[in-house]
Ligand binder design. Structure first.
Ligand SMILES: Nc1ncnc2c1ncn2[C@@H]1O[C@H](COP(=O)(O)OP(=O)(O)OP(=O)(O)O)[C@@H](O)[C@H]1O
Ligand SMILES: [Mg+2]
Length: 375
């Protein structure tokens, strides 16, 4: 039985429907990220799970019990907010133990819970300080500690790292992930940062305007994006999307794309001459010494280097194309590079709907929980 089962959840504010029949199941101990652009409904979905927002239609079940109208305090859920929401006049220990005090847990038990959480979070030396005497990362840990002492069934996180600098974010995301695995607490984590979502999650739920675009493991959404929205949202730098023509001559299938012909496995559903969107990630293009069949001729424009890698922007057959090359590459603007897409690294999408055109031996992508395979 899933710990959390969200079925056909709709949320409207007046006439404004912000969640359109969302279905997601979350297994015990799983770490699931809700990801999508600003305003797509991530926080609203999280808040409905917490009980901080009512729902318009559908059901939310926890351990098989419908909790649609259960007040937040009875849901056995702890939420960690972006702004930490710490009480400034209380010490770290008092902040962490606040919910236990409210629940009238006896003092010795509460102190033990706080001390254990502080130990886990490296906060033992800071227990008597007020929050203002802590760094951003330490405050974030206190907010985590407050959730941990309650020993809830589910953690909900709403962009908990977005107030931290880039280096601390990387450190804290590893800490949160390590802690979650150690505690084994089912977690739902809202972020608009795809690196966070990809590195931390067992499953990602990609939302767009209140709809689920895809549910999958990080590997599934990266390697088999359901449509052009997912394809260009997940992955940094973004996937190249080129316009191409699918050609079939006898048993041979080829793509006419960006000034070259690339052979590919057959797509029997496509008519000869169909226009398609061809997706290729910048990291799946490799430079080759000699022009050969299936290579792009990249007219080099600007390059951006990050040390380890160089992102080369340019055009191939009049279409924009970016390639991620090794950092010691710095082709001058105006030069020409021959680059080859790695085998099996191309994605085909229907030109009109943007939907993925899977190869016939490929598993279907998931947009609803019914297709989740057994773990
Ligand atoms: N109380 C409210 N009343 C009316 N509309 C609301 C309310 N809360 C949120 N909305 C609307 O619901 C939509 C989803 O908002 P939500 O806060 O869930 O987005 P989000 O994905 O968390 O965005 P962000 O990444 O910016 O935090 C937005 O269009 C927002 O304007
Ligand atoms: Mg939000």
């Amino acid at each position: 039985m899933p710990t959390l089962d969200i079925s056909n959840l709709t949320k409207a504010y007046g006439d404004n429907v912000v969640l359109h029949g969302i279905s997601v199941t979350i297994a015990d101990g799983e770490f699931v990220s809700l990801i999508g652009s600003s305003g797509c409904g991530k926080s609203t979905l999280l808040r409905t799970i917490a009980g901080l927002e009512s729902i318009t239609d559908g059901t939310i079940s926890m351990d098989g019990r419908i909790i649609n109208t259960l007040p937040p305090k009875d849901r056995d859920i702890a939420m960690v907010f972006q702004n930490y929401a710490l009480y400034p006049h209380l010490t770290v220990a008092e902040n962490m133990g606040f919910s236990l005090k409210l629940r009238k847990v006896d003092k010795a038990t509460a102190r033990k819970a706080v001390e254990e959480a502080a130990e886990l979070l490296g906060l033992t030396d800071y227990l008597d300080r007020p929050p203002r005497a802590l760094s951003g990362g330490q405050r974030q840990r206190v907010a985590m500690g407050r959730a941990i002492v309650r020993n809830p069934k589910v953690f909900l996180f709403d962009e908990p790292l977005s107030n931290l600098d880039a280096k601390l974010r990387v450190q804290m995301r590893l800490e949160i992930k390590t802690l979650q695995k150690r505690l084994g607490t089912t977690s739902v984590y809202v972020t608009h940062d795809q690196v966070e979502a990809l590195t931390m999650s067992d499953q990602l739920v990609l939302l767009n305007r209140g709809n689920v675009e895809q549910i999958g493991t990080p590997s599934e959404v990266y390697h088999r994006p359901a449509n052009t929205f997912v394809a260009t949202f997940i992955g940094s730098p973004a996937m190249n999307l080129l316009e191409g023509t699918y050609l079939r001559e006898g048993d041979l299938s080829t793509l006419d794309v960006a000034g070259t012909r690339i052979s590919l496995p057959g797509h029997p559903e496509l008519a000869n001459g169909s226009t398609v969107n061809v997706g290729i990630r910048p990291e799946h293009l490799v430079p080759v010494a000699q022009a050969a069949e299936g290579c792009f001729k990249l007219a080099v424009g600007l390059s951006e280097t990050t040390g380890a890698q160089t992102l080369v922007h340019g055009t191939a057959g009049d279409q924009d194309l970016a390639a991620m090359l090794s950092g010691d590459f710095s082709p001058p603007p105006g030069s020409e590079l021959t680059i080859k897409p790695q085998a099996d690294a191309m994605h085909l999408f229907d030109a009109r709907s943007g939907t993925r055109l899977p190869l016939h031996n490929e598993a279907a992508v998931r947009t609803a929980p019914t297709l989740i395979p057994a773990q």
